[in-house]
Design a protein around this ligand. Sequence first.
Ligand code: KG4
Ligand code: ZN
Length: 343
Amino acid sequence: MLVLGIESSCDETGIALYDTQHGLRAHALYSQVKMHEEYGGVVPELASRDHIRRAIPLLQQVLDESGAQRDDIDAIAYTQGPGLAGALLVGSSVACGLGLALDKPVLGVHHLEGHLLSPLLASEPPEFPFIALLVSGGHTQLMRVDGVGRYEMLGETLDDAAGEAFDKSAKLLDLGYPGGPAISRMAEFGDPTAYTLPRPMLHSKNLDFSFSGLKTAVLTVVKNHGDANICEQDKANIARGFVDAIVDVLTAKCMTALKQTGLKRLVIAGGVGANRQLRESLNAAAAKRHYKVYYPELEFCTDNGAMIAFAGAMRLQIDPTLAQKDYAFNVKPRWPLDSLTAP
Ligand code: KG4
Ligand code: ZN
């Protein structure tokens, strides 16, 4: 079965073709980061307009690269939510329009299920069950995953998401948008003893997170410099203090989740999963306790079409009737992951 995946929930247009027999045939991505950079964050209206411009040329690129014809596509999976309503509407209407024109069935996919299952695209995929840490720009969740659609929420952020904390702290340090990769690179040159920032909820008994206090701590340090420009070394020191704090909390909560559930496999998904310091910390903590950590390929950590094609294909392999020739779509900008059911 050949599944076309369409992702357009935020600022990346992703298109991919996943073959249930031969794996990923081709994928293409267009990132709008440059366009949103000058505004310091994603401008939803501009994002939607750009998805419209990119979707069809990317589809053609994927078809050309894979050598497949439009008519070879068996089903079309598109991100139905959560995300920016206008941006989701673009991907959904392209998917449904294409489905109608080609007489192919369509299936709405949950964006976070795409992230969650993306490590299964790697060469050494984890087996179910596992603990998943979902760390993206909009979400920070610890889940127990027993199979496709079998997700139990163990803990989540009470305020800012991890990616949001990275982005907001980077903005305070004037490091541009998106801030995650920038603040991470800066932290490499920082002195770990210069600033010890708070580790919110590190010792709370539950598996919830809170990161707004950490962001406020960065703000306080920046304000304490008054009007004086912060020198590059001091920025690196603050970045280091921030990264160490957030990595400590994420690592500790993952270890607690594994211990509490008795599971041995940990899967990291979402954009922050690309973070080098987080990977090093998780690998070290897991190795000590004989757990194994799985990551998506770096290119599939952040938003992409491959994870949507793959998540759609996983569901369709279990129940092919999930894809329908019903092209009256609706999008779900807010859509809790644990409301999904197994196919
Ligand atoms: O999963 P994703 O591409 O989009 C959402 O669904 O939100 O995640 C984007 C987030 C942004 O907040 C970005 O700053 C963060 O992931 N990010 C990183 C890194 N690469 C991306 N954060 C820390 N270190 C990185 N290397
Ligand atoms: Zn995402």
